[in-house]
Design a protein around this ligand. Structure first.
Ligand SMILES: Nc1ncnc2c1ncn2[C@@H]1O[C@H](COP(=O)(O)OP(=O)(O)O)[C@@H](O)[C@H]1O
Ligand SMILES: [Mg+2]
Length: 280
């Protein structure tokens, strides 16, 4: 059993009244809180003190937060503001009241229709982000949240940095990306593009439709070696219920060469709707 949610370790953070500690992850602690100014329930992400690699990274995120505030899509967690001050850096976001995709995959039986509905929503949210010139950079089941009505929402996008300066002068960002889902070109510290997100999406789809990761090895160097050089087992062999055509779609997302992957979420969604027509 998870130790969360639990009573918060303090009553307040900035102007917010803390209600619950929802969880603690690689980036920091997430609270459910009340905003007394609006009466709204929000999620506060209090970043770990060492989350910011340097001043450049922090400044980049402060700048991006202005862009994030303007984003509005049903499949993206709404970002309200980033507060910096003596209580730390806090990202104020929409509170999503259901479980995340990691929970869903561990609890729900394999169901093609349900999984396709989820992946199409993820595609829509990610496609919108890409259309705005942003990338996610850390797609993984823990960053897909559900509302109680089952609507999927991506969170934690672009927290590693979005600016060109960060890319040019800060090599540390690659280390902040979850290694199971990271694209080969990111491991090689080449420029991450939206096609790197497409690879991570492929790795996440592999897990969703086969219940296994593309590469199950026991060390980070081996994992990086696999992302760079190995072909995963075809999803249809990894899970006998995964339709062959869908397995091919996933394999195309996991191509080492970004040019061979689906070039955007719209093309991927069109291919997914073909699966729907064939199977449902
Ligand atoms: N906006 C949100 N609304 C509700 N719960 C959230 C929100 N953002 C994150 N959480 C939950 O908080 C917990 C910790 O998340 P997080 O710090 O993002 O972990 P990680 O760094 O591993 O991605 C997770 O259980 C996640 O589902
Ligand atoms: Mg997260």
């Amino acid at each position: 059993m998870s130790e969360f949610p639990k009573k918060p370790d303090r009553p307040e953070l900035y102007r917010f009244k803390l209600q619950l500690t929802v969880g603690r992850g690689g980036t920091g602690t997430v609270y459910r809180a009340l905003d007394p100014e609006t009466g709204e329930t929000v999620a506060l992400k209090l970043f770990r003190a060492n989350f910011f690699r340097n001043k450049l990274h922090l400044r980049d995120l402060q700048k991006s937060a202005k862009k994030f505030k303007k984003l509005s899509h049903p499949n993206l967690v709404k970002i309200h503001e980033l507060i910096s001050g003596d209580e730390g850096e806090v990202l104020v976001q929409e509170f999503v009241d259901g479980p995340d995709l990691q929970w869903y995959l561990s609890k729900r039986p394999w169901n093609l229709h349900e999984l396709l509905v989820i992946i199409v929503q993820i595609c829509n949210g990610l496609g919108y982000l890409h259309d705005q010139g942003l990338m996610h950079h850390d797609l993984k089941p823990g960053n897909v949240l559900f509302t109680r009505k089952g609507q999927a929402k991506l969170c934690d996008f672009s927290l590693g940095g979005t600016g060109l300066l960060t890319e040019l002068f800060d090599a540390g960002r690659a280390e902040q990306i979850t290694p199971m889902y990271v694209a080969p070109e990111v491991i090689q510290k080449k420029r991450a593009t939206k096609l790197s997100d497409m690879y991570s999406l492929g790795a996440m789809m592999y897990l969703m439709f086969t219940r296994r990761l593309p590469f199950e090895v026991d060390s980070l160097p081996k994992l990086y070696h696999c992302h760079l050089h190995d072909k995963p087992l075809h999803p249809t062999i990894a899970h006998d219920k995964c339709p062959h055509y869908l397995g091919d779609v996933i394999m195309r997302l996991l191509e080492k060469d970004p040019k061979k992957r689906f070039q955007d979420c719209d093309l991927l969604r069109i291919s997914l709707s073909d699966i729907g027509r064939q199977r449902i």
